[in-house]
Design a protein around this ligand. Structure first.
Ligand SMILES: [Zn+2]
Length: 381
């Protein structure tokens, strides 16, 4: 990471030769980092925090996690009603969480560096969730508390929606429905899967590239599949499929929140509404405030409470999500290097990708591409 920071600093001065796909020309790119984007694990490593299984696991607030029946910590707003081994008593107000500030990171690291023993350092890290300075601490344009929004793509499409389906089909971490009744019978779920498969031939590929029978071929679902299915198909396909309508309503509310937050532009008033809506949505039906159901309180569910702040601090989700980085991964898969050097097919693969984006043939793009080069071991696109 430090070599990347050094290279980034040098490149800000001299510029990075970059191919402009629209103009089919190369120009020196001068870029300064104002946001850091990535999935939860990447951001934890970037911020140098203890992360998702820590006592203070959240990068945005100082909520204290609750230990479940095993050694895993979970992030619930209220302690379990049946107590359990946790002895947690704190009730956190979702609209008034103890937010982290940029200076919390700086102050904690000052304490860590002043501590003289390993035990003292570990105690500070345990009590704050912060291990050391963020990897890009020499980049002064970053606010460690506000420049790292919870990323919509991984939060919803890679975690929360697949987890919801796991709940409905009885496969979420060995949890049954508890005192609720949200599971969908297997024969109904199979019917839903067949209806999706039958609909595929009528859906243009420009809407969604991969869609399959969710009951039998779920492993084929990509993030794009989950997004299209949940927002556009599930509200129709799952109507009257749940035993009680409240679970269907709960699902549709999230689909509507996703549509609102996906808008090209969004007002502060809309974000305020989304925040209130998400507060009502989080922890409903699946946790039931029972200690054995704490696994329902994942950090990703908690992250929804910070989604609105991320939009307010950093702009609409389409500007900060990682979809544009993850999507070409289907075309440009690593390794980009072979034992003999750069992958000889790489130039063609890049031309294929840019051609897809521009709606042109790769043969039209390829003659204008500069030679492939690597910066700090990464392929830049
Ligand atoms: Zn938090």
């Amino acid at each position: 990471m430090s070599s990347m920071v050094n290279t980034t600093r040098d490149c800000c001065v001299t510029g990075v030769p970059t191919f402009n796909a629209a103009e089919q020309d190369t120009f020196p790119l001068h870029a300064y980092i104002i946001f850091k984007l990535g999935d939860i694990i990447a951001v934890e490593k970037f911020l140098n925090i203890k992360g998702h299984n820590a006592i203070y696991p959240c990068r945005s607030c100082k909520i204290k996690a609750v230990c479940g029946l095993g050694k895993t910590h979970y992030v619930s707003l209220r302690p379990p009603k049946d107590g359990g081994p946790t002895r947690a008593r704190t009730i956190w107000q979702p609209d008034n969480l103890p937010l982290r500030r940029h200076h919390d990171f700086i102050d904690t690291v000052t304490q860590l560096h002043a501590a003289t023993t390993k035990i003292a350092k570990e105690r500070i890290a345990k009590q704050t969730g912060i291990k050391d300075l963020p990897a890009m601490h020499r980049v002064g344009s970053l606010d460690y508390a506000q420049s790292v929004p919870w990323e919509w793509f991984h939060l919803l499409l890679e975690n929360i929606i697949p987890n919801l389906v796991d709940f409905w089909t009885g496969w979420f971490k060995d949890l049954d429905s508890g005192t609720e009744d949200f599971e969908i019978a297997p024969h109904i779920w199979e019917e839903v899967g067949k209806e999706i498969a039958a609909a595929v031939q009528h859906i243009p590929a420009s809407f969604v590239h991969v869609l399959s029978n969710i009951a039998s071929d779920r492993s084929l679902f990509t993030a794009e599949s989950w997004c299209f299915w949940f927002i556009y198909l599930a509200p129709k396909l799952l109507e009257n499929r749940f035993t009680r309508a409240k679970y269907y309503k709960h699902m549709c509310e999230l689909a509507e929140i996703m549509q609102i937050t996906l808008q090209f532009s969004i007002t502060v008033k809309q974000v305020d509404e989304v925040e209130k809506w998400l507060i009502q949505w989080v922890e409903k039906y699946y946790y039931q405030y029972r200690v054995e159901r704490l696994p329902a309180c994942t950090l990703t569910i908690h992250g929804l409470l910070h989604l609105g702040a991320g939009i307010k601090n950093c702009s609409p989700v389409w500007t900060t999500w990682t979809f544009y980085m993850e999507h070409p991964g289907h075309v440009l898969r690593p390794p980009y290097k072979t034992p003999r050097g750069i992958d000889p097919e790489l130039q063609q693969k890049i031309a294929n990708y840019i051609g897809q984006v521009l709606g042109k043939r790769s043969s039209e793009v390829k003659p204008h591409l500069p030679p492939v080069s690597f910066l700090a071991g990464k392929l830049r696109i």
